[in-house]
Write a protein that binds this ligand. Structure first.
Ligand code: ADQ
Length: 484
């Protein structure tokens, strides 16, 4: 089977959040299952910026290809590189100066036009390139129109009509909702502007289109796949998801065990494994030094996040003054909404000996926090899967989470009787429960025998992609069986 995987972000070429990590790792593991995978992504400015750091080279494959389907004269070029660490995963970069010259991945002159242009350009590239794909695997709203095109405009196209589609929802909170006028730009037939199509409360909704028209849909954890079919987590698409529930799966993300390995990770200060885990302390000391925190043996809580409502920062705001009463340190790395940046900045100013607030994107510092911190906080309001808690488990850093979505599927409450469990957490979205979970973790930090057991349980949790990659292969087979 040959798979075309389509995404706006792919590590290491351009990364904003977890989507990049998934599409940068999963193809390597699918390839090991004997399939062939190619990636299609926009040629963002970031791709050139990251090239010297990661040592990939880029060549031009084809140029000035039109998109006759769309209401634009813009053309695109195709460039090609290879996914580092893969055997043979081609990465095709769709280049167009007008749409893709912003500094950031999710910026541009018009985000709706940009996503439509990219989606159609991918299909035009597939027509042009000499490969026969069995499945197009699209990710999130930016690429969710591809299944819509396949089942409407291209349903009689000799090549494209034979390709099945899979949509992965990494975050239902972002849907791509725009004015109906974009139907015309996209060249989509009018009949699609209906309740059974991409119409959504008078607008158009790209993700809804993907959910209705992809042959198979999945999200990134079994719990989130269940949660989003009910009103509380459904973001107004729960009804549409229930319509497709027979074709909706939940496959837990994995993490790249080669890239994220405390034994070999070159970005951390001192390497370690389960047998030499006491070296974590050295990582903490060096991190304290780098960040200007007092070099003491106090429990350190880390947090690395996009600073947005999803991440539970409003309930955190209510408890951090109380958490600050403990002898502890807190290290934040993140960027996002101004109100949250301000909240963390003022905590840093109020308690300079306890807080290190780093409002930037820095993948080296991220690894140093995963390795150096003792605990990792992720009190998300909702979390489709969550990778932060998985990286921290792998690095022996104990997660404190809200049990929702993938957090509930990967973190298990520590039981001091049975010595089972790899972290701490809470369920009701309520600051009092969050405070209790943090206090509990801080308590067990001082119960050294329990803490060592926790670290052992964390580091031996199976989070590899191997199992999930096999699930994706089955998903592709299911999708393929629907178009024959
Ligand atoms: N300032 C910063 N500097 C450096 N690195 C930073 C950073 N801010 C965040 N990161 C990194 O970005 C990634 C975040 O991934 P998550 O999966 O935790 O959340 P995200 O909401 O982005 O992903 C969405 O998609 C993924 C993938 O499916 C789902 O796991 C998740 O639940 C869903 O919300 C981690 O690798 C983290 O280290």
């Amino acid at each position: 089977m040959r798979i075309a995987m389509v995404s706006y972000e792919v590590y290491p070429f351009a990364k904003v959040g977890g989507l990049a990590d998934v599409v940068g790792a999963l193809p390597k593991y699918i390839e090991r299952q004997g399939l062939t995978v190619d990636i299609f992504m926009p040629y963002h400015k970031k791709v050139d910026e990251n090239a010297p750091k990661f040592g990939y080279t880029i060549e031009k494959v084809s140029e000035a290809i039109p998109v006759p389907q769309l209401l634009t004269e813009e053309k695109f070029d195709i460039y090609k590189t290879t996914l580092p660490g893969s055997r043979n995963v081609n990465v095709f970069l769709i280049s167009n100066r007008y749409y893709f010259s912003a500094n950031e991945v999710y910026e541009g002159p018009d985000l709706a036009e940009q996503a439509i242009f990219f989606s159609d350009a991918v299909l035009e590239s597939i027509k042009k390139l000499d490969f026969n794909y069995d499945v197009i695997h699209v990710n999130d709203w930016q690429t969710a129109l591809i299944p819509v095109y396949l089942k409407s405009v291209y349903k009689n196209d000799e090549k494209l009509s034979k390709i099945a589609s899979v949509l992965t929802i990494h975050n239902l909170g972002y849907q791509g909702i725009f004015e109906p006028s974009y139907m015309k730009f996209a060249g989509l037939p009018d009949y699609l502007f209906s309740i059974d199509g991409i119409e959504f409360y008078g607008n158009i909704n790209f993700l809804k289109g993907g959910i209705l028209f992809a042959d198979v849909i999945n999200t990134v954890s079994p719990t989130y796949a269940r949660e989003i079919q009910a009103k509380e987590y459904g973001e107004k698409l729960d009804g549409v998801l229930r319509v497709r529930s027979a074709d909706l799966y939940g496959i837990l993300n994995g993490i790249d065990y080669e890239e994220y390995n405390p034994e070999t990770d070159k970005r951390i200060y001192v390497n370690y494994n389960l047998e030499t885990v006491e070296k974590k302390r050295e990582n903490k000391r060096m991190l304290q030094r780098e960040l200007g925190l007092p070099e003491r043996d106090v429990p350190m809580i880390g947090m690395i996040n996009r600073l947005v409502d999803q991440k539970g920062l409003d309930i955190m705001a209510e408890v951090m003054d109380y958490v600050s009463l403990f002898d502890m340190q807190f290290v934040l790395l993140g960027t996002g909404d101004e109100k949250y940046e301000e909240m963390f900045k003022s905590l840093g100013e109020k308690y300079p000996e306890k807080y290190s607030i780093n409002l930037k994107f820095d993948i080296v510092l991220a690894q140093r926090i995963y390795a150096g911190a003792d605990m990792f906080l992720m009190p998300s309001r909702y979390e489709p899967c969550g990778l932060g808690q998985m990286y921290s488990l792998r690095y022996g850093t104990i997660p404190i989470v809200r049990y929702t979505g993938g957090l509930a599927d990967t973190v298990k409450e520590y039981d001091p009787q049975t010595k089972d469990g790899n972290g701490f957490g809470f369920e009701p979205y309520d600051p009092a429960y969050l405070l209790k979970a943090i206090a509990k973790a801080l308590y067990y930090y001082n119960e050294k025998e329990h803490w060592i057991t926790l670290i052992r349980n964390a580091m031996t949790t199976d989070l590899s992609w191997d199992k999930s990659a096999k699930e994706y292969v089955k998903l592709y087979q299911r999708a393929k069986s629907k178009v024959q």
